[in-house]
Design a protein around this ligand. Sequence first.
Ligand code: HEC
Length: 410
Amino acid sequence: MMRTSSLSLAALATAGALVFGCSSPSSTGSTSSESNTPVNGTCAGGSSQTTIVSKLAFARHKDGVTAGFDVDGFVSDGNQTPEQETKSCSQMDFEDADGTQGIDNQLARLMPLLDTVTSADVNLIIKGAIENGQLLTAITLSGIDNFENDPCVEVMFQPGLGSPTLGTDGELDPSQTFEVDTTGPTTHAVGAIKNGYLEIGPFELNLLVVVFAEKFNLHIERARVRAKLDPLERGRIVGSIGGGVKIQDLFDIIKEFDLGHTEKDAAENFIKGLGDLDYDTATKACTAMSVGVTLSGRRAFIVPAAERPDAGLDAGPTDAGASDAEADPDAPKSADETKWETIVKPIADRNCGTCHSVSAPGRIDLRKYSTWVANKSTIKQRVLVQQDMPPVTISFSAQDRSAIASWVGN
Ligand code: HEC
């Protein structure tokens, strides 16, 4: 049992990493030029539009059905050839909601496990990261001549920067303006619109992903996108992204987490066991794992960094928190504030900031001392009494809880 739970924790960390996968050169040293896929043709003329990804979720599987794509080009259903069986490391395929066979999505196999180790859904962390601006992906289509059928549209994926606003329905408001994160990768591809669906790939996609405030470069090989363009709301898309992720890339992400030796080994073995792509004859192992993620997006506008009126100000969570404290640098800090900064802030940054770094409906900005003071009794109620905050306890320990208790008081 112990072993399973540490495996699960590590798996969760990995899943979290995947979810937030988008690319940043910072952790891998890659440059945006190497992440650019050459455009093999232009689709001149027509109109353009940008969509910001407003929802992203790891697909689950039920009764052999999940979201995703046939990444390896064959159906593993028990009747495949021995060669195919070897190539997919004996992993069985799913089918999708439309009945398409051969869907490769090993990430879906992690989901039930994730459900047992979190009191909330890992997809909630992703939601938080999008809402607080840590995980913004802009998809720009250009050369659109016809929104129903167009054999050639150019597609560009770019990481966005900004602080999205949420409507009362909890969805990102449409038509917001975001800045392009030029430190992240841009991916160019050519796609088509078929019967109202945008279809792209296979192509090599680089995404910038943020996990617990760490940026990661996530490369999705043989990526495919299929998404319905909403005929009633310009820029709105609903669909899925799939492809393969190198197992070594996942290991590199895991390294960044505070996992003990045993947990790390368990996580690596677990992930190795999920490999189903890129069979390596030397090691007799699959070196990549298939993933399938559902997404939806709303219309947005993007501008180069310099055009934003407040360009140069880093709107990132840490800096915003710091500038709050710097508002009056000469004001002496109270003993209570000093205690909060030493004991509570590090825990808050790691465990609450993902979801609580903007004030949204039902949400408070927990990077600030003032918010903690103003919400002391609610925080006490949710963290110490009900214990339903934080909803995902991957890096939240009993010690963290008692540290908060020591500041909140009885
Ligand atoms: C995975 C996202 C997530 C994380 C992480 C998280 N929260 Fe929350 N929190 C929410 C959401 C969503 C709500 C609003 C819905 C609700 O009240 O349950 C909320 C509400 C709250 C509220 C009630 C706010 C109000 O005005 O009623 C408090 C207090 C709170 N969280 C404290 C915390 C603390 C303290 C942490 C870290 C130790 C934390 N949360 C971590 C998602 C999160």
